[in-house]
Design a protein. Structure first.
Lengths: 363, 177
């Protein structure tokens, strides 16, 4: 089955990181929301319309994608297994919302998994462009090129005053949500993040922990994104988000330096204890794994740990999630069984492949 | 009812989990529910709760706007009423934007830091028409300035330009709206 390719236990190309600031800004995502003018939006359309929308969009994408050298695989969400859906969610290739819908929905994935186009999510069309590291404009370029191609063959719902029309009024206008995933252990440890979050929200942007709002960020990973889609051009939105993200990255670097200078032994202790836990546990919960991963990642960034390849950590971050663990054990796992499988995964990956010198590259 | 997991906090979230085709429903508190992030996509809660924000934002309007009149705003295409839009916080179709236009500027201002106009990308199919319209707008402004300054010669020139552009728009702008 075609979908199997996207469920393999290997990192998508956008998970590999080696560019500037990639130690802190782990990945970038651009999402464009679009609707077709001839159909009602997903909140009010019929199943018949849902099927027509899917057909219209998918045929154009598959035909025209070739002009951009893109080969798309069409996956009907209702035809795949619940566990496979969860794996796609855990890989950030589809949204939880797409799975929740009862009408026909699909996702079209490019071979390198850098483009994911959801059909009949909250809007008819959601173009998602993913990149490793901090590359807002490059990611936008890819999404925009595809959008330009599609608009020649599909009639978009567009309003002179309000721009691209979307189901949710928070997306109206550019329909663009740009976000950067940030690893901020030092700002979290020093509790500075609590002051940064409200300040940013006043500027039309938001910072959240990756797992839900309000709760503390799992593994110290946060997402910063624009909230405004009206009143500014795409370029201005990206510019603002970029400079805000730059500032946060600098703050994080300063906080890391301060911790390293003030309490080097305590920090080294924390980093190596975490590495020990990951490499030797027999039971490992998601929370503990995420916390330890964050510490080990920090250790690599600060060159306290030199013999572990960062790409292994990036992979583990994705594969330690429940659906992935179950996909590869071949059966559903109870929470305790998952913790056993997770511990085994970490032991195997960290004790086998980790002894390389690639860690030096991730300064 | 107390949370099934911790038994301490009141349960306010229903989490559904399907294992081997059997759906289990669990009543949890938000704290325990958040810990189960592997299954949290089945939350029956809208995390953004835009509709709540929307309805809370217009406390005064509720009192002053005639409720019968408010009910009258119905989208002729999908049948969404303005109250339904406020309730779920989503549009039913593109025509809703026209049907509810009277209220939308204020709503968008609240959601987008005071902004309600699109300043970004324009699909090329709309681009040429929109460009002409913007040009006309600009010429009209200049015309007002000329009239105010009693430069009627310049004003007449601008008027002719507006006319020419308007003709162009009527001739080739059928795809614009």
């Amino acid at each position: 089955m075609e979908i199997d390719r996207f469920l393999q236990p290997k990192a998508s190309s956008w998970m590999e990181t080696d560019s500037e600031n990639a130690d802190i800004a782990m990945s970038t995502r651009i999402r464009l929301a679009r609707n077709l003018s001839d159909f009602k939006f997903p909140y009010s359309f019929s199943e018949d319309e849902a099927l027509k929308v899917d057909k219209a969009i998918s045929s154009v994408l598959i035909d025209q994608g070739r002009k951009l050298n893109l080969e798309f695989t069409h996956i009907d969400i209702q035809e795949i297994l619940p566990l496979q859906r969860e794996v796609l969610i855990e890989k950030h290739l589809i949204s939880p919302y797409l799975v929740k819908e009862s009408h026909s929905g699909a996702v079209l994935l490019s071979e390198n998994e850098e483009l994911s186009i959801m059909v009949n999510e909250e809007d008819h069309l959601r173009i998602q462009s993913l990149r490793a590291g901090f590359h807002l404009k490059e990611a936008y370029q890819v999404a925009n090129d595809l959008d330009n191609l599609l608009e020649q063959h599909l009639s978009y719902a567009f309003h002179e005053k309000y721009g691209y029309l979307t189901s949710c009024p928070t997306n109206t206008g550019t329909g663009m949500r740009a976000s950067v995933m940030l690893h901020l252990p030092a700002l979290t440890m020093s509790q500075q993040i609590a002051r940064i979050i409200p300040a940013i929200s006043r500027l039309g942007m938001a910072v959240r922990g990756i797992y839900g709002e309000g709760s503390e960020a799992l593994g110290n990973v946060y997402q910063i994104s624009n909230q405004m889609t009206l009143g500014k051009s795409e370029y201005e939105i990206l510019q603002d988000l970029e400079s805000m993200t730059d500032q946060i990255i600098q703050q994080e670097r300063r906080a890391r330096e301060a911790i390293l200078n003030n309490s080097p032994v305590a920090l080294e202790d924390r980093v190596y204890r975490s590495l020990g836990t990951l490499a030797n546990s027999r039971l490992l919960s998601t929370e503990e794994a995420a916390t330890c991963l964050s510490n080990v990642r920090l250790g690599i960034d600060l060159k306290l740990i030199k013999d572990i390849d960062m790409s292994i950590l990036n992979e583990l971050m994705i594969f330690m999630q429940p659906a992935f663990l179950q996909q590869y054990s071949g059966s559903p796992l109870q929470p305790t069984e998952r913790d056993i499988a997770r511990a085994k995964l970490f032991r195997e990956r960290l004790n086998k492949d980790s002894v390389t010198n690639k860690g030096e590259d991730f300064a | 009812m107390y949370c099934e997991q911790c038994g301490k906090r009141p349960a306010s979230v229903i989490v559904k989990q399907t294992v081997n085709g059997n759906t289990i429903e669990r009543h949890l508190c938000p704290v325990c529910a958040a810990e189960n992030h592997n299954i949290n996509y089945t939350f029956e809660q809208d995390p953004m709760a835009i509709h709540q924000l929307l309805s809370n934002w217009f406390p005064n309007q509720k009192a002053s706007v005639n409720p019968v009149k408010k009910e009258m705003a119905v989208c002729p295409n999908c049948g969404f009423t303005f109250s339904k839009f406020m309730e779920i916080g989503k549009f039913g179709c593109a025509t809703c934007y026209d049907a509810f236009e009277d209220h939308l500027d204020n709503i968008f201002k609240r959601l987008h830091n005071g902004n309600y106009r699109h300043e970004g990308k324009i699909p090329s199919a709309y681009g040429s028409t929109l460009k002409i319209k913007k040009e006309i707008e600009e010429l009209r402004k200049q015309m007002q300035v000329s009239i105010a300054g009693e430069d009627f010669e310049e004003a007449a020139k601008l008027r002719d330009e507006v006319r020419a552009l308007t003709l162009q728009l009527e001739g080739g702008g059928a795809d614009g709206n």
